[in-house]
Ligand binder design. Structure first.
Ligand code: OXD
Ligand code: MN
Length: 590
């Protein structure tokens, strides 16, 4: 019980619906966490990993039908359908509450309901938002303890009448036919039922910090974005911050923790990691854009994480980490595809079956030990490059915004937009090829404005208007760049080495922000003069360097046709400025 009557009443009402055997308030203490872990070990919800090799680490498997976010079962529920726009799934609030209530009703009988008071952003900061999640999953509690600020101080900050997001989660039967992820922005409420997968159930993350927050941000005049935040400290100790919007599985986590390569000698940088997934950005009293990461942990994809792609992530997950759907080795450590070291001779795969390398399924496909979307949940405080400004109430000032996607062709390694409005157009028409982590045809191009397609809590056209409006309010808006690490040659080989070498492009971006270098004006934006990019030690032939920055007008005109089809889907809500930029690009390409 708290001194917040509305909160107490809501918890009681929800318990009345779900009928748990008992209600447990989560206080954020180590002691309570250990007890919950013990309980989860006894039921099999979690497996304890080798505590000498992986201290504080645990293992979890989700149900086989529950391994990723389910966008088709995710709804924004507002009174008026037009408020969510043509891209989001919509359901009317009465229908949504009724449908979900029928699934929630009595679903926690024989289970406990945990009450998690959490803050997204430092507790007490005027930038932060408080939520309370009710859940019947210990796995969710333990993840939320890593990903958010949890505990009594959150209740203290809430006081007796503070506003909070009401988050209700229940596993129910983990039945895909009875799974709903519902957002009620007008009620500041989230209901998620029938899933145990992180993106669907850690309600502070995508649901609150992006879908609900983007709705609030529009009303309050700030931005909630699917972006990493990183600081780059130069040899003189001067730190500049960059944010970056990339769709899922395009390397945000790797970039946010980048380790500059030894061969990059001319100018050394130290990278500071502020966040890898979400940025809340406001115009501060200086008229500039400032960003905070509302999360306190990483919920990162494991396959492909290795000492080349992300050495800092490997150090981050050495302890106190939850591993989900990776391969469990006989020595109670873990493994995933494309990690360091030898492939284990055997193990238990993410489905819980005995596994050996090279085994084929009935269709002749190699059976993976770890699911392609298997994850680690780890505290950001354990990251060797964690920023000392993480808990700073005002966050960090943003010098540049990067946008990007996975494009085998078309987009050059980097280009800069002409101005804010043009940058918003570049973001509105961002597209990325589907990866194996996403449902759909591999390689197919999917438009994903600002990487927010699955996360914007309202009409995408209005969202773009909001970007344009805020740009006009800033004294010095950040410059907007587009990057593409994924361009390939005729044989399908990546042209750019990526990972740590991306620092060379970040270096150019900062030089542009500081007006230290010029650029070449092309129809799509400014591209670098090759000599302004530090390529020392890379051994890239002149031909590859040329290919990385080439702009094929015919391919761009074809892209414009695809853009046209996508933009017309946004209908009347699309701001006229986006069509203006479209028309201007069309003209420049003729
Ligand atoms: C994530 C995602 O988990 O984008 O961050 O799916
Ligand atoms: Mn994400």
């Amino acid at each position: 019980m708290t001194k917040h009557n509305k909160l107490d009443r809501w918890v009681k009402d929800m318990a009345g619906l779900c009928k748990p055997d008992s209600i447990i308030w989560i206080d954020g203490s180590e002691k309570q966490k250990k007890n919950l872990e013990k309980e989860a070990f006894s039921t099999g919800e979690l497996i304890q990993l080798d505590q000498k090799k992986l201290p504080g680490c645990v293992y979890h498997r989700t149900a086989i039908n529950d391994v990723a976010r389910t966008e088709n079962l995710t709804f924004i529920c507002t009174k008026r359908k037009s408020d969510v726009g043509p891209i989001n799934n919509w359901m009317s609030p009465p229908k949504a509450y009724k449908k979900a209530s029928d699934i929630f009703r009595g679903s926690m009988k024989g289970r406990k309901m945990y009450v998690i008071p959490f803050s997204m952003g430092p507790v007490g900061s005027p930038f932060s938002k408080i939520g309370v999640e009710l859940t019947d999953s210990i796995y969710v509690v333990l993840n939320m303890l890593i990903m958010t600020h949890v505990g009594r101080d959150v209740l203290d900050a809430l006081g007796c009448d503070g506003e909070f997001t009401r988050c209700l989660h229940g596993k129910a039967q983990i039945d895909i036919n009875k799974r709903l992820i519902l957002h009620f922005p007008e009620d500041n409420t989230i209901w998620s039922v029938g899933s145990g997968y992180g993106g669907n159930v850690l309600l502070g993350k995508k649901c609150l910090s992006l879908r609900i927050a983007s709705h609030i941000a529009r009303k309050e005049g700030w931005m909630a974005e699917h972006m990493l935040i990183m600081g780059l400290e130069d040899a003189n100790g001067h730190i500049q911050y960059i944010t970056g919007a990339f769709p899922s599985a395009c390397g945000k986590t790797n970039l946010a923790m980048l380790v500059p390569p030894k061969s990059f000698k001319k100018k050394t940088y130290r990278v500071w990691t502020v966040g890898d997934d979400i940025a809340w950005m406001r115009i501060d009293s200086d008229g500039c854009l400032w960003a905070i990461n509302p999360e306190t942990g990483f919920f990162g994809v494991t396959p492909g994480t290795n000492s080349l792609s992300n050495p800092n992530a490997l150090k981050t997950i050495e302890k106190n980490t939850i591993f989900t759907n990776v391969l469990l080795k006989p020595d109670r450590t873990v493994w995933w595809e494309d990690s360091d070291g030898p492939v284990p001779k055997k193990g238990i795969d993410w489905k819980g079956y005995p596994w050996k390398p090279g085994r084929l399924d009935k269709d002749g496909k190699v059976i993976k030990g770890a699911h392609p979307n298997s994850r680690f949940t780890a505290p950001i405080s354990q990251c060797p490059s964690v920023s000392f400004r993480l808990e700073h109430h005002h966050g960090v000032p943003v010098s540049a915004i990067m946008l990007g996607g996975r494009r085998a062709h078309l987009a050059p390694l980097v280009y800069e937009s002409f101005n804010w409005q043009h940058g918003v157009y570049v973001g509105a028409t961002m597209a990325s090829e589907r990866t194996s982590a996403q449902f759909g045809k591999l390689g197919e191009v999917r438009f994903d404005p600002m990487a927010m397609l699955p996360f914007c809590g309202y009409n995408m056209g209005d969202y773009l208007k909001h970007w344009l409006k805020l740009g006009k309010k800033m004294v010095k808006p950040p410059r907007i760049f587009y990057v593409n690490w994924f361009r390939v040659d005729k044989q399908g080989k990546f042209l750019w080495p990526g990972f740590g070498e991306n620092i060379r492009i970040l270096d150019w971006i900062l030089k542009r922000c500081n007006n230290e270098v010029g650029a070449i004006k092309t129809p799509i934006g400014y591209i670098p003069k090759i000599e302004d990019i530090n390529m020392s030690g890379l051994n890239l032939s002149k031909d590859i360097q040329r290919q990385l920055f080439s702009i094929n007008k015919k391919e761009w005109r074809e892209e414009l046709e695809r853009q046209y089809k996508f933009l017309t889907k946004l209908k009347n809500s699309l701001p006229k400025e986006i069509w203006q930029e479209y028309g201007a690009l069309n003209k420049r390409l003729k």
